[in-house]
Design a protein around this ligand. Structure first.
Ligand SMILES: [Zn+2]
Length: 381
């Protein structure tokens, strides 16, 4: 079974704060979508990456032997124990510390091996941004449906019949009653139905992890429906997709998901612009690797915005949270021992998660490039 977004969030927080008891954590991410291929390919890839990294890091024979035990465990898991529905697999192992965590995802992850003092959580943090649940409100004049969609598809479906339909059920269902209502009060009844759907929608957004909604309706109906919504709920409607009677639910969900992703992209671009405006003394914006690291050191980062593709090697301190992009003999902050890390930006992501910061991932955002690929909103100016 692939994990739910809520379960992953929980695991991510724990992983981000974990320190290896042995020499290092072995973090492995793999794309497992073509099951037969990757079972053949993965062991050779893992072994060669393991040998390269342990050679480069110059681990002692004893350390390497302990790490080899962790690798053997990973090889066993992928050989015998991965579900067919899983497309992306993340494994975090520190045998000496008794640590063995696995996250299975419904989409691909980059193939990667990392052997470092902390789990390499960044790929999972990125995945979470794609796993966002959302609501589809399929609205008509008298019969509407609210669908809660998570990473696997429709998780919950609430059907809402309007008063027009209800009244004909309650009575004899004779056409004449409908016609009566149709003539006399149809507009008022449609309005009442929209309001009931709006209340149910507000409740669903309030009681679940979903923060965004998409309306699926004829345009005129969508406009009428939106006019009945409170401003706060309206603000959570990020897109409108046309109602297509011939489309399957799966096709509608795919359209809506695409619309949510596009809305997210626009929102991330706006966040980058907001950070840029807030740069400087007294503002709440911070940008660039060093300044973001400084803000994390002061536990000041409320939202971290990182470019999906900004990944640079660096160095980190084993004693404190310091990370840097250039080699130093000792930690400039505390004098502790430093070790190389494959992804210094991933360390910023990890620190933000440990501090309960919100991590957002953007891609192809020109303003974020200008800001140096990583930026943040401070908790206070
Ligand atoms: Zn240090």
């Amino acid at each position: 079974m692939t994990d739910s977004a809520a379960a992953i969030k929980e695991k991510l927080k724990e992983l981000a704060g974990a320190h290896s008891v042995g020499k290092a954590f072995l973090s492995v991410t793999l794309s497992t979508s073509r099951l037969d291929d990757w079972r053949l390919f993965a062991p050779a890839f893992l072994n060669s990456e393991f040998n390269r990294i342990t050679r480069e890091r110059g681990f002692s024979k004893e350390d390497k032997r302990l790490l080899q035990t962790d690798l053997d465990h990973v090889l066993d898991v992928i050989k015998y124990d991965v579900e067919r529905s899983t497309e992306g697999l993340a494994l975090f192992v520190d045998g000496v510390g008794g640590y063995d965590e696995r996250i299975e995802l419904p989409f691909r992850l980059m193939n990667r091996v990392v052997i470092e003092p902390s789990p390499h959580v960044r790929p999972v943090a990125h995945a979470l941004s794609l796993l966002e649940p959302f609501v589809i409100a399929r609205v008509s004049r008298d019969e509407s449906t609210l669908l809660l969609v998570d990473e696997l598809g429709v998780a919950r479906e609430d059907e809402l019949a309007g008063p027009w339909l209800r009244s004909s059920d309650r009575e004899t269902g004779e056409q004449s009653i409908k016609e009566y209502y149709a003539a006399a009060r149809q507009d008022a009844l449609v309005d009442q139905h929209f309001k009931e759907v709006g209340v149910a929608l507000a409740r669903l957004l309030d009681s679940t992890q979903a923060k965004r909604a998409v309306i699926c309706a004829q345009h005129e109906i969508a406009s009428g429906f939106k006019r009945t919504l409170p401003a706060a709920v309206n603000a959570q409607i990020v897109a409108e997709v046309a109602f297509d009677a011939a489309a399957t639910t799966g096709q509608m969900v795919a359209h809506a998901r695409q619309a949510v992703q596009e809305a997210r992209h626009v929102e991330m671009a706006a966040l980058a612009a907001r950070i840029k405006e807030g740069l400087g003394r007294g503002g709440r914006g911070v940008s660039g690797f060093d300044d973001v690291l400084g803000a994390l050191g002061r536990h000041q980062v409320q939202i971290l915005l990182v470019d999906r593709n900004y990944r640079v090697p660096g160095w980190r301190c084993l004693e404190c949270g310091w990370v840097g992009l250039t080699a130093v003999p000792r930690c400039p902050a505390c004098g502790g021992e430093v070790v190389p890390v494959a992804d210094a930006v991933g360390e910023l992501v990890r620190l933000a998660i440990v501090q309960n910061g919100q991590v957002e991932v953007g891609e192809n955002i020109p303003v974020l490039d200008e800001l140096g690929g990583v930026a943040g909103v401070l908790r206070y100016g």
